[in-house]
Ligand binder design. Structure first.
Ligand code: ASP
Length: 417
């Protein structure tokens, strides 16, 4: 019997659901160790494979995109629109988070017993993480860090903003030198670009297995008890994320582009599922680029600029989570926030989310920056540690969706769609 050829999205979805069932069974029947030892490495291999292509993909596709763009003013316009979109949507995301947490009060009414249980359950693990990074990124630091002092270091350390900067400068300068000198270089990078895109196609074939392995490892490790204890808080974060996606991104697409909202969400699904299972918008980047170009019809020029930039600085899901978590922790401690403190949260969460790497668990570390800015004890992070991974998966989905919506909006306003 010949099996029907399923679309990639359906295969990944099957992998995801099978992973959840398998992981929960492992947890219940006591074979979690088997999952960690033998299944999880398949997921790690998948993540390593996609991570492998990120740096060459971003550099080559952006450089090729810039060299095909003869109008330097257009580049400036695309850049300004992209950054403006990212900043506005992030501020809206934090405001939604703050509004919901203030209105629904997830932290009020948590019993003393539940609080102690949460803190003792998780303080050891979270304590290690909290100490790692506490510097509030200033605008000056963020901007200066874009310029690499050593290009090779930028590549080896995978510093995305520096790689974008290098690709932009190289592309612009290639356009400024005689074409007989620039042509071979451009041809070379076009070749690299094609090879890397081919690699992405091959890697995507194993995505359903990778997703299965990643999700089963997460669910095999998950304690349902903690989720119930933090149910109200988790729900407020998830409701906020859903509202942000359905209201903000849908409206942006409706207002600025002619693309159907259903086409957008259908097209971006594979990237969302990779983001959900990997909890990393950086690791999802090659898939986000593929979906945005192939399924949503955005040009390579715009995708190769807006998406890597978004995977680095645009974290709406993380920013919303910062807003809800900060208010939740203050409510649990019985503190109240003044309007000035709420405004401080908006500003620091904006900077902290820009400074958050698109990797699993990065957002909870930068949450410490927000808490510190209004003088909330950092131990509060221990309270929410138990549901950190699951919320990380959800906010990563929003982060990649925001990047793709920006690419669609910018392409539409440039009359490219
Ligand atoms: N994991 C998130 C991402 O990659 C960042 C975060 O931890 O909030 O998009």
């Amino acid at each position: 019997m010949k099996l029907p050829k399923l679309p990639l999205y359906t295969k990944i979805l099957i992998g995801l659901l099978a992973g959840v069932i398998f992981g929960i069974s492992a947890n219940r029947l006591g074979f979690s160790d088997f999952v960690f030892d033998y299944i999880k490495p398949i997921g790690s291999a998948f993540i390593r494979l996609i991570s492998m292509v990120i740096v060459p993909l971003v550099f080559a596709s952006l450089l090729v995109g810039i060299t095909s763009l003869n109008d330097i003013r257009k580049l400036g316009r695309i850049g300004a629109k992209t950054v403006a979109y990212y900043l506005c949507t992030t501020i809206i995301a934090i405001s939604i988070g703050l509004f919901l947490a203030n209105a629904l009060k997830p932290g009020a009414g948590l019993s003393e017993e539940a609080r102690t249980k949460l803190i003792t359950n998780s303080s050891e693990e979270s304590g290690v993480q909290i100490k790692t990074d506490l510097k509030t990124p200033t605008v000056k630091d963020i901007l200066l860090d874009i310029i690499p002092t050593n290009p090779v270091k930028a590549f080896t350390e995978g510093k995305m903003l520096q790689i974008i900067f290098l690709a932009l400068m190289s592309g612009i300068c290639l356009n400024l030198i005689p074409s007989e000198r620039s042509k071979p270089v451009i041809n070379f990078f076009e070749g690299i670009n094609d090879v890397v895109i081919r690699m992405v196609h091959i890697i995507m074939k194993i995505a359903p297995y990778g997703v299965f392995a990643l999700i089963s490892a997460v669910t095999a490790d998950f304690g349902l008890g903690i989720l119930l204890l933090l149910l109200k808080y988790s729900l407020v974060v998830v409701i906020g994320l859903i509202l942000h996606v359905t209201i903000v991104y849908s409206s942006a697409i409706k207002i600025f582009s002619k693309q159907k909202i259903s086409t957008f969400f259908r097209g971006i699904r594979p990237a969302q599922m990779i983001a959900f299972s990997s909890a990393s918008s950086s690791a999802s980047l090659p898939v986000t680029m593929e979906c945005t170009e192939k399924n949503l019809g955005v040009s390579e020029e715009i995708c190769s600029f807006a998406l890597p930039l978004g995977a680095t600085i645009n974290m709406d899901g993380t920013a919303l989570y910062h807003g809800v978590s900060t208010v939740f922790i203050t409510q649990v401690y019985g503190l109240s926030l003044t309007p000035v403190q709420q405004l401080t949260i908006v500003l620091t969460a904006l900077l902290a989310s820009i400074g958050t790497a698109g990797t699993p668990g990065a957002g909870v570390i930068t949450l410490a920056i927000v808490l510190k800015s209004i003088g909330v004890p950092l131990e509060g992070i221990a309270l929410i540690w138990g549901v950190e991974r699951i919320l990380d998966m959800c906010r990563s989905v929003v982060n990649v969706t925001g990047d793709a919506s920006c690419a669609v909006v910018v392409a539409s306003t440039e009359r490219e769609l």
